[in-house]
Design a protein around this ligand. Sequence first.
Ligand code: IPD
Ligand code: CA
Ligand code: CA
Length: 265
Amino acid sequence: MNLHDLTQRVIQIAKEAGQFIRTERRTFNYQNVEVKGLNDLVSYVDKTSEKMIVESLAIVLPDAGFIVEENTKSDIKNYNWIVDPLDGTTNFIHGIPCYAVSIALEYQGEIVLGVVYEVAQDECFWAYKNGAAYLNGQKIQVSQRKNLSESLIATGFPIYNFSRLDNYLEVFTHLMKNTHGIRRIGAAAADLCYLACGRVDAFFEYNLNAWDVAAGALIVKEAGGYINDFKLQNNWLFGKEIIASNDLLKVEFGSLIQEKFKLNS
Ligand code: IPD
Ligand code: CA
Ligand code: CA
């Protein structure tokens, strides 16, 4: 499989879905919002975007399975597409720019290709395994900041699982007092890509799904960054907790998450 060529095709597919999302945003009416669960929203835009992406990807790799957020059901195969058809639905619904299409390809537990198309800013981030990371065709790299005291941190606030809220708030207190600040961008895929291109220096969140992080995490790695779960192990894809940073911050940031989430052995 030629990952470079495959990535170019996936970029096209992500941009077509993104164009649909952009067009719908112009006339989007709040009456189209459905509630999936507490603070968990969806609309026909997410579902149609998914349908478009799945149909196109099935032509590109007919033997691959799908792990996707909305309606598509599929067996797990050797190769699996991991897709969030609209990451940042709450932003989209409320008309706040920053929502993205996220498509990754997983092979034997490893992400080998990732594309995140941030629709509102027309920014396409992509990477494939051992091929560097790009934003609109330009190579990107994580920042070189060495200390949390000079860093900007991205995160997502818990919205329906509050089981670890106290620990989360402890991290928050520390970051508020000891960094340049915290950003809640509203789309985990964009959080990771903003880390990959050096806009923010570290990111953490719990209760994310594989489709939120698969593509963005590969883009971070290929941009020279580091990804782990809260226990500083490798279970970030399906383990529902992720930390990411540039390489220089990994010890300081990792220790902070371990300490505040009481994971020190
Ligand atoms: C959400 C976004 C958000 C994160 C949420 C996710 P969705 O995805 O990535 O940043 O904090 O937990 O569920 O629902 O907009 O695809
Ligand atoms: Ca998502
Ligand atoms: Ca979504």
